[in-house]
Design a protein around this ligand. Sequence first.
Ligand code: BMA
Length: 336
Amino acid sequence: MQNNQNNKKKSALISDPLPDMPWEPKPENFNGLIWRHSKNPIVDVNPFPKARGVYNSCVIPWEGKYIGVFRADWHCMTPYLHFGRSDDALNWKFDEDPIEFISPDPALGELDFAYDPRVCKIEDKYYVTWCNKYYGPTIGQAWTTDFKTFHQLENAFLPYNRNGVLFPKKIKDKYAMLSRPMGLGMAVNYGDIFYSQSPDLEYWGKHRIVITRGPKKWERVKIGPGPIPIETTEGWLLLYHGVADTCSGFIYSMGAALLDLDEPWKVIYRCKFPIMTPEALYETAGSVDNVIFPTSVLTDGETGRMAIYYGATDTYTAVAYAYVDEILDYIKNNHV
Ligand code: BMA
């Protein structure tokens, strides 16, 4: 069974082949769904002089190699977005200076902080979305074609909002985004995932609720969209984070749901269990204990392989592997 999976050729995944993406076969006698890269974390503490930690970041294939937009917390603990490059998507070199955005309005250009970026290719442009400070956290947006010049757009939403995650293609001719509006500061009166659409990335509307916090403890406090939704023949595979409250703080786990391809605010299946929880030491002990925060996935359309990039304990970047088809089966067999 495992050998069959490791040699798998046909997949529900709709994506280009990426045969050289990071991959390790599922370990013998491992019955789980997602297995960790053996040399995690791939980005350790103090990865470059300005930064104490790089995590919650986004990587993409680029001209036969890999690049990414990374959240780097400086030693003052303020997060900024830094460009990074890699030959193998595992060993990364980061620019010492943060990405500079050409802003349409100086008020938007004052990057007091910027964190948890996502990168999404739609048609001929790459879009970066991130948590941007404008009165409070909200969704910053920018586009680039060369990763040298970044053109900032208007913020997508009013504050407070986090985790703006674009869909990689227009839906019914509109840009589409998931996000997670929420209350002030640590207030968690909002903590659910919404869908919004836009004709031009400036005016966003048709807001629809997609998934609310779950009834079970692992996702009771808040949830938020993770990587760019993954297109499959069965629907959009959405990985997200779900947060539990405990006597000693929050636990951030990874959940999964399948959304309708044409109307993504409609949930086909939602998995009742987290598909990954903090277990390894780098996931349980760090700046913020017990956090795994998925933000990016590389996929190989040929084999259905996934390399999931996630932040661990707000300190490290780590990678885990899975097969899209196994995750889809698991969601179907364990849906709410
Ligand atoms: C969330 C975000 C993430 C962070 C997580 C755990 O609210 O701020 O950037 O990884 O908390 O601290």
